[in-house]
Ligand binder design. Sequence first.
Ligand code: COA
Length: 277
Amino acid sequence: MTTAKTYKTVKVEREEGITWVILNRPEKRNAMNPQLHYDMLDVIVELETDDETRVLVLTGAGDSWCAGQDLREFFRALDDKPAERRRAGWASQEWRWRRLFTFPKPTIAMVNGYCFGGAFTPLIACDFAVAAEDAIFGLSEINWGIFPGGLVSRVLADAMCYRDAVYYILTGDPFDGKKAAEMKLVNFAVPRAKLREETIKLAKKLMEKNPQTLRAAKEVYKLCRTMDYAQAEDYMAAKGTALRATDPEKGREEGTKQFLDEKKYRPGLGAYQRRAK
Ligand code: COA
């Protein structure tokens, strides 16, 4: 099913709980121009509260995932338009990092081809990344006279080891999906023909879990990383209380009942049987 709303640069398709958000400028290898940033911001805000969306997959039309910022329309065309640059820059950071990083449902970057420069921000913001083995990644900024800016250099520090990050920032060498998996920049890489199928498999596994707990689990892990120990301890205690109070399917009670009283499953080996899906 396709959403009723249409966008100039993004396609949104819904199918059995998975919402496919497809960057859609294949003729420009899905480079991000200001319009794409505005479209994506609207898409993400809409999907945050869309009941049909249980897992979001971010991918690209054609053979490219995303060729980074649009050098013509995002950079050169806005050089002498400070107001527009600020607006587009804000939208760009807002969807690629702030909203995507803590999107209330699980997110998967399905990297079907080129992934360059500014595309690393949404890549790393997503909870999971799955790549085609022959997808090409690159921190190409050095090759055209800049460094990985926006938030790229910062988010790299979360997702790549120090040696690898500095190597690729300074050389700009491209690397493939297999290498990305070896470095754990993506969870795994598969032959391109299996990419969609493997992504769906991961999405289905996530849809078996309690959505409220999934949301809390990702928020707790992602936000605690930059807290000190006292803040993290307090935040987690408060979040645990909030989760118990607001979880509509009372997962904690249900899980313990099924394990301790009904002896129906082993929490160490799988999820409890959800009644209210
Ligand atoms: N910004 C603006 N336009 C881009 C773009 C970008 N980041 N990436 C690709 N395009 C455009 C090209 O200018 C070209 O437009 P045209 O048909 O109007 O001339 C079109 O997309 C196709 O690109 P082309 O280079 O012919 O395709 P390719 O398949 O041979 O190569 C790439 C694809 C992605 C390897 C190559 O386009 C590239 O190196 N792009 C820049 C990537 C980059 O450094 N991004 C970092 C930005 S932060």
